[in-house]
Structure formats: structure tokens, C-alpha cells
Design a protein around this ligand. Structure first.
Ligand SMILES: Cc1cc2nc3c(=O)[nH]c(=O)nc-3n(C[C@H](O)[C@H](O)[C@H](O)COP(=O)(O)OP(=O)(O)OC[C@H]3O[C@@H](n4cnc5c(N)ncnc54)[C@H](O)[C@@H]3O)c2cc1C
Length: 475
């Protein structure tokens, strides 16, 4: 019987545990054991239902382009709980010179694919628009070296596109500084588009054409749910970890206990891993999946391999906080009818973005008389703000929302969630660092280090990484 331990009950560890659980049910000679330090599973996925409000502390959606969430949801029987974003409010604003300006319709990732809305948009100046259009003529980079997201966008689309679109939309989502983000580690697709089409705009137009042709050929089945770019679950992202946890054997999942030690020894030509957790518990395992953020994995790797530990510890992590606030509609001076707004760094504000959660998603409030908003604070360049006390943090968000949206009334309800060191930063050199870790891991068969810190921060990538590690552990 192969014994596999999973350290960490975030979505990566849960996905791994489920694969092992299913293999066991199918009669494979495997036993699994998941240890999670908190009293709940889910890690960064944290949904609370408070007075009928569905409040997301961490992620509030996933990208539907990647199959990970659909696959895991199908495996645990909750695929029908997935829902798309609300069509009616499908607009996003950018704060520009203190005013909220709409992102032009047809903007795909970074580039415009519809000429008229882009030409009419006041968001980018005319010189900025002309500079963006030069993407058609600028030759692709010749060598294969990595560069930062900022350098790539500046090179292809110009500084204004970086400041007003790429930094707030992309840097903000990753809570990262585009001047440091590795393009190869975060958006390899952009590089590939540049190589293949010689222009990002041309590549996006081709992708749009392909998607339209596909949609024409494959119309959705009658009654089928519409796929939107971002999707979630009816009662929030927390449905997914809960559903996976419900499938696992209770006696094989330990909550509220921290793994404090990992040692390795050789026995009969094989590696045996010893884990220590809780108050002096110990166990030997044939395989260990560390489904932990890099800094926490680094601590456990100290006694196994110093160089792996050092490489993991060198992955920078940024802190952020989400602050959800609810109001009665009648208390707002404005009607909220969009997904929200992002705030470029050049605006020098203390919030990165605000999602109008109750406009973007159905079922977020106890009724139509309420609205729910969610502001983001922190990120690579403003981490210190996360250390503020609750009162100050709330005050800060209220001041910004008063200034930007004119909301001055006390919120009906609010919740603050801090994520200290919660966002791994894929900076230049990230892939080389992972390469060094993976090279050394070859000396430790049965040991896997996976999760959001490594090869994809999004939930679908995490699920994929967890599943792949479990499948390897089964061999
Ligand atoms: C504010 C915020 C918003 C986000 N929004 C989105 C989004 O909208 N869409 C999206 O796709 N992604 C989003 N992400 C990223 C995504 O949430 C994460 O990348 C993903 O959830 C990470 O999952 P994980 O299982 O790898 O790690 P984690 O969720 O960090 O899980 C690791 C688990 O290990 C446990 N642990 C740590 N050390 C030990 C130990 N020594 N012993 C035992 N247990 C331990 C922790 O308690 C935790 O439960 C967001 C992240 C944040 C912080």
C-alpha cells in the first residue's frame, strides 16, 4: 500500500487528495492523508454567508478558458452550480484623472479589437491611440530572452497603454508590479502571439474570428448555461473546496494541525519521508505533496535540501486585503451598473480596484434593495496598507469610495480579509528558479511541490497542478 501525504488543504491539496481518494475507491493500493493547519479547508478560497450576503474574502471567480474548475466540479458533482457573470452590467471602468472612464468595448486582454469604440474612447489620448496602433508595424523581438510585462507593453503598445490598461487590469489582478513581472511566467501567450502574428492586435483579431466561427458552428444546446469569461458558483467560490472535502474520508483529513517537520531517509533503495505535525505526531510516507505557498514550503524543505529551500524562499510574496461593503441601494448617490473599476497606479490612490459584486454576480445580496462592493488594497507597491488596523483600513476605503463614487453613508455591513504574503510574484527569473528546484527534486522521487506560487496563480492552474502531482504519486 502506497502512503501519500498531502500538506495543505487549499484547492491544490484538495484536488490532489480527491484524485487519490478516487483511486483508492477504484481499488488501487494507495492511502492518503491530508493535513491542514486551519480548522477549515479552502486556503485562499474563503466564502462567508453573512445575513444573506455572499462575501468572498479571497478569489471571487475563475477564468473559464481553462478546464480545471469544470473538471474538478464534474468529478465532485457540482458542475451545475457554476454560473456566469451577469450580462447586463458587462462594463468595466478605469479611474483616469479622477474620473471613471469606461474601458472601450472589444478590448481583449490589452488590445482593442473594435475600432469605433476604441477611437471614441476618451480613456487613451490620440497620441496614445496612434502609438497603440503602431503595434501593427513594430517587428517582433528577435531573441528569446524574457522581459518584464511593462517592457513588453511599452515596446508594443506604448506607455499610455501600460499605465491605463495593462498595469491596472493585469498588474492589479496579480497584485504585482508590471516592472518586475516575468512575461514568460505570467503571459507566455502574449509572446507566442507576437512571434506568430508579428502584432498583438493582429493576433487578437484572429483569435476573435476563430472564437466567433467556433460559436457559430457550435451553438449552445437549448437551455445550456452561457459561458462567460469569468465564472463562479451560485453561493461563491467556497462551494468548490467544500464539495471536494465532503467527498474525502473524514479519518484521512486532519484539520487544525500544522506540519512542522519533513525529513527524508533512504530505505531499501527508496526514499521514505517522515512528517511531523500537531503535538508530536509523526508518520512515514512513500510520497509527499507539499501543496503550500512557496515561503511555507521553503521552511519544510530546509532539512531535506537547503538549495530547494533557498530557491523557494526567494519567490517574493505580496500582501493584499479585500474589503467588502454592503449598502442599501437608497443610501447610494449613484446607480451601480457595471462590474466595477480599476485604479491605475499613476492615479496615486490607496485602492487598486473595486468590484461591484452584486452587479457582476447574481445571488450576492439578501434582496434587490442592497448592493455589495469589494475593494482591493495593497499589492506589490502598497503592501504597507495591509498592516493598518481594521478601523483605518475601513476608513481609507470609505474615503476613496466617497471621493470616486460619492458614497458617504455608513455601510450596512462590512468585512475585511487580509492576505499577508498571499500573492506570489512571478518576477523575472521565476522560471529559472523553478527549473533549479525541479532539477534538484529529481533526487527526491515521490516529493512534489505544487500550488499557486509556481506555475499559475489561478485556481484552474492550481487544480491542474494538484491533480498532476497526485497522478504522479500514484505511479
Ligand atoms: C485576495 C485574493 C484574490 C484572488 N482572486 C483570485 C480569483 O479571482 N481567481 C483565481 O483564479 N485566483 C485568485 N486568487 C489566487 C488563488 O486564490 C490562489 O492562487 C489559490 O487559491 C492557491 O491555492 P493553493 O491551494 O495553492 O494555496 P492556498 O490556498 O494558500 O492553500 C495552502 C493551504 O496550506 C495550509 N498550510 C500552510 N502551511 C501549512 C503547514 N505547515 N501545515 C499544514 N497546512 C499548512 C494553509 O492553511 C492553506 O490552507 C486570489 C488570491 C488572493 C489572495
Amino acid at each position: 500500500m502506497k502512503r501519500v501525504a498531502i500538506v495543505g488543504g487549499g484547492i491544490t491539496g484538495l484536488a490532489a487528495a480527491f484524485v487519490l481518494h478516487r483511486a483508492r475507491q477504484e481499488g488501487k493500493p494507495v492511502d492518503y492523508f491530508l493535513i491542514e493547519k486551519e480548522q477549515r479547508v479552502g486556503g485562499k478560497i474563503l466564502t462567508e454567508e453573512i445575513d444573506g450576503f455572499v462575501i468572498e474574502g479571497g478569489p471571487d471567480c475563475f477564468v473559464s478558458e481553462k478546464p480545471g474548475v469544470f473538471n474538478l466540479s464534474r468529478m465532485v458533482g457540482i458542475e451545475d452550480r457554476i454560473m456566469g457573470s451577469s450580462d447586463a452590467a458587462r462594463r468595466t471602468f478605469v479611474l483616469s484623472g479622477g474620473r471613471l472612464l469606461e474601458l472601450p468595448e472589444g478590448l481583449m486582454s490589452l488590445v482593442p479589437t473594435k475600432i469605433i469604440p476604441f477611437a471614441l474612447s476618451p480613456l487613451i489620448s490620440w497620441p496614445g491611440k496612434i502609438r497603440m496602433a503602431m503595434d501593427f508595424f513594430i517587428p517582433p523581438k528577435k531573441d528569446d530572452s524574457d522581459e518584464t510585462l511593462a517592457s513588453f507593453v511599452r515596446r508594443r503598445l506604448g506607455q499610455e497603454a501600460l499605465d491605463k490598461i495593462a498595469e491596472p487590469l493585469i498588474g492589479g489582478v496579480h497584485a504585482s508590479d508590471p516592472e518586475k513581472m516575468s512575461l514568460k511566467a505570467t503571459f507566455p501567450r502574449f509572446l507566442q502571439m507576437e512571434k506568430e502574428y508579428g502584432s498583438l492586435i493582429r493576433a487578437m483579431l484572429a483569435a476573435k474570428k476563430r472564437a466567433e466561427a467556433y460559436a457559430r458552428k457550435n451553438p449552445p444546446a437549448p437551455g445550456a448555461k452561457k459561458k462567460t469569461f469569468f465564472m463562479t458558483f451560485i453561493k461563491g467560490m467556497g462551494e468548490l473546496p467544500e464539495a471536494v472535502y465532503a467527498k474525502l474520508d473524514r479519518e484521512r483529513v486532519v484539520l487544525g494541525q500544522t506540519v512542522t517537520g519533513l525529513l527524508v531517509r533512504e530505505e531499501g533503495g527508496k526514499k521514505v519521508y517522515t512528517l511531523a505535525w500537531g503535538e508530536g505526531q509523526k508518520g512515514d510516507f512513500d510520497a509527499v505533496i507539499l501543496a503550500l505557498p512557496a515561503d511555507e514550503a521553503a521552511v519544510l524543505m530546509e532539512k531535506v535540501d537547503r538549495q530547494i529551500a533557498e530557491n523557494l524562499a526567494a519567490i517574493p510574496m505580496a500582501s493584499s486585503a479585500t474589503i467588502s461593503l454592503a449598502w442599501r441601494k437608497e443610501d447610494l448617490p449613484v446607480k451601480l451598473e457595471s462590474y466595477g473599476f480599476v485604479v491605475p497606479l499613476v492615479e496615486k490612490r490607496r485602492i487598486m480596484a473595486t468590484t461591484f459584486s452584486s452587479c457582476k454576480w447574481a445571488h450576492r445580496t439578501p434582496g434587490k434593495d442592497f448592493v455589495l462592493l469589494r475593494a482591493f488594497v495593497g499589492g506589490a507597491r502598497n503592501q504597507h496598507l495591509v498592516e493598518l488596523g481594521d478601523k483605518e483600513l475601513l476608513q481609507l476605503v470609505r474615503e476613496e469610495l466617497a471621493d470616486i463614487l460619492g458614497i458617504t453613508k455608513e455601510p450596512y455591513l462590512y468585512r475585511i480579509y487580509r492576505w499577508p504574503r498571499g500573492m506570489p510574484q512571478y518576477v523575472l527569473g521565476h522560471l529559472e528558479r523553478l527549473g533549479r528546484v525541479e532539477e534538484r527534486l529529481r533526487d527526491f522521487p515521490g516529493l512534489y511541490i505544487v500550488g499557486g506560487s509556481y506555475r499559475g496563480v489561478g485556481i484552474p492552474d492550481c487544480i491542474n497542478a494538484g491533480i498532476t502531482a497526485a497522478e504522479k504519486a500514484l505511479v
